[in-house]
Design a protein around this ligand. Structure first.
Ligand SMILES: Nc1ncnc2c1ncn2[C@@H]1O[C@H](COP(=O)(O)OP(=O)(O)OP(=O)(O)O)[C@@H](O)[C@H]1O
Ligand SMILES: [Mg+2]
Length: 508
């Protein structure tokens, strides 16, 4: 074998290995954009490039975010919305399935709308629409959420009663509604059907009965959130800064989905009425977090917003633990997908199939920790590099806040003098937070602990920290594993527990 051949072989081998260990990352001009006109997300893992997001080179401004619980989906959403508001003055509406954004939105000076506190939405409100269009949307929502589509006669009866209710309130079905005229409610629709039932002349009484029963579910006393005069003007939400629509207090998934569908419908209409302006940023971002029923049905207006949003500078963020819950029409059309930690192989296979990334990337994604991510972007021009790249971590805040945990109060004088013994542990907030997450603490407990230790000027006696954890109902085993994970020796952990005030019996 000649020397040349060996060299060739080697360089081939090297080239291959090089490719495997160093997947291409988009060139920096695709990652690093004008900071006054883009949103900083994090540093890339490979070449350490600050990744700033803008949709000017992407197919559209919409984003899907997938990852297991605790992987950092909501954290990313908060970071993104905050910066979009700084950079572009973007308004944000969060359709908050589980109520997990409430405290953040309050802290950020935004507005929280909660159905538990006497807010109502009349799903028959027109906001200037033609009643006939709204009637179709109402039927569309019922199609998605109930079995009405399987019973044509019941569907016809319901649709007819909806239209009749508008007519009875003086509306012309095919004319854009005057903004000042009050709309009927589902109760009026129900009353019309019940009247028909009383008359007793209708040929299919069982069909009528079932149509009534179906609507009653949404207008029962105490559960008539959508069958009363609205206390909320959805049309205005698109220009109200940061708004959290807390759906968690609604009785069940169907109510939540009905609210979400109605809100999306109204926002879509609002979007279509907007006059187009050539500014670079986003005017509105709507976030759907864990709203699987709404994100998975192709008849939902999430799909319409995905299709038309770009020209109105209207962005949609869809976050979910399960990528297969996001409709194909959404998933294959978003300009950006953020993949956080994924657990199930079938989800990974689904993502790999849709986004077409390498085995190397698949292996990398399966190793991601909290806040670490792989990003896929669809550019609006053909590009020669891999669309998927890794982020070291989504950077939510600069690690300015340093927390010092001090052991001095539990050490003997001679231990304090012993230079071998570490007396202080320093963490920036992100790292301390990540340690708590990795040890299985939930967001509520973490927030509570930071609240308690924040009062101590970020210089924390370790006993206080442990007491704060126990007060937040963190189990003793979890406390121990946390203390081990920051490097505390077992002898000190044992001693520590003899010092802390006995806590109330803890639950977990
Ligand atoms: N990039 C990050 N840097 C620092 N901390 C992070 C990061 N991402 C997430 N965290 C922290 O991890 C915890 C879980 O994150 P988050 O609530 O965003 O998870 P999630 O994916 O929305 O989970 P769920 O599906 O349960 O809603 C939070 O305490 C959050 O502050
Ligand atoms: Mg979340």
């Amino acid at each position: 074998m000649g020397l040349l051949r060996i060299q060739n072989l080697m360089s081939n081998e090297l080239a291959k290995r090089n490719f495997i260990s160093r997947p291409p990352e988009p060139p920096y001009e695709f990652l690093l954009n004008d900071p006054t006109n883009s949103i900083f997300i994090g540093i890339t893992k490979l070449f350490g490039v600050p990744f700033t997001w803008t949709f000017s080179s992407l197919t559209n401004p919409h984003i899907s975010v997938v990852g297991i619980t605790g992987s950092g989906k909501s954290f990313f959403v908060k970071t993104f919305l905050t910066r979009a508001s700084y950079v572009w003055n973007t308004n944000a509406i969060i359709i908050d399935w589980a109520g997990e954004y409430i405290s953040w939105v309050k802290q950020s000076g935004g507005k929280v709308i909660s159905f538990a506190r006497g807010d109502y939405l009349n799903i028959m409100d027109l906001s200037g629409m033609r009643p006939i269009d709204r009637a179709k949307q109402i039927m569309n929502s019922l199609d998605i959420l109930t079995d009405v589509g399987e019973y044509p006669e019941q569907r016809r009866l319901t649709a007819e009663a909806v239209e009749q209710a508008y007519v009875n309130y003086g509306f012309n079905l095919a004319t854009p509604a005057p903004l000042t005229r009050e709309a009927p409610t589902l109760k009026d629709v129900l009353a019309l059907l019940e009247e028909k039932q009383q008359e007793g002349t209708y040929a299919y009484p069982a069909e009528l009965e079932n149509a009534i029963y179906r609507l009653r579910q949404f207008s029962r006393e105490g559960e008539d959130y959508f069958a009363k005069k609205s206390t909320i003007d959805i049309g205005k939400l698109a220009s109200s800064g940061l708004v959290d629509l807390d759906l968690s207090s609604l009785p069940d998934e169907r109510f939540r989905a009905l609210a979400a569908l109605f809100i999306l419908q109204t926002l879509k209409e609002k979007m279509r009425m907007e006059t187009w302006s050539a500014s670079a940023g986003l005017k509105v971002i709507v976030t759907l977090d864990e709203a699987w029923k709404v994100a998975s049905d192709e008849r939902s207006d999430a799909v319409t917003i995905i299709r038309e949003g770009r020209k109105y500078q209207f962005g949609l963020i869809v976050a979910s633990q399960n990528p297969t819950d996001i409709n194909e029409a959404i998933f294959s059309n978003v300009g950006t997908t953020l993949m956080l930690r994924i657990r199930f192989e079938k989800f990974m296979t689904y993502l790999q199939g849709s986004l077409n990334f390498s085995e190397f990337m698949r292996a990398e994604i399966s190793k991601l920790g909290v806040g670490q991510a792989a990003v896929d972007m669809s550019f609006n021009t053909a590009v020669k590099f891999s669309n998927v790249f890794l982020l070291e971590r989504v950077v939510g805040e600069l690690p300015l806040d340093t927390y010092t945990i001090t052991l001095t109060d539990i050490l003997e004088p001679k231990e304090i003098d012993n230079p071998e013994i570490k007396k202080e542990y320093e963490f920036d907030k992100i790292t301390l937070n990540a340690k708590l997450v990795e040890n299985g603490l939930n967001s509520e407990a973490i927030l509570g602990i930071f609240g308690r230790i924040g009062e101590q000027n970020r210089y924390i006696d370790i006993r206080r920290l442990v007491e704060a954890m126990l007060k937040e109902n963190v189990g003793k085993d979890t406390v121990v594993s946390f203390l081990r994970s920051i490097g505390l020796q077992d002898a000190f952990i044992t001693r520590l527990f003899t010092y802390v005030a006995p806590a109330a019996p803890s639950s977990s």
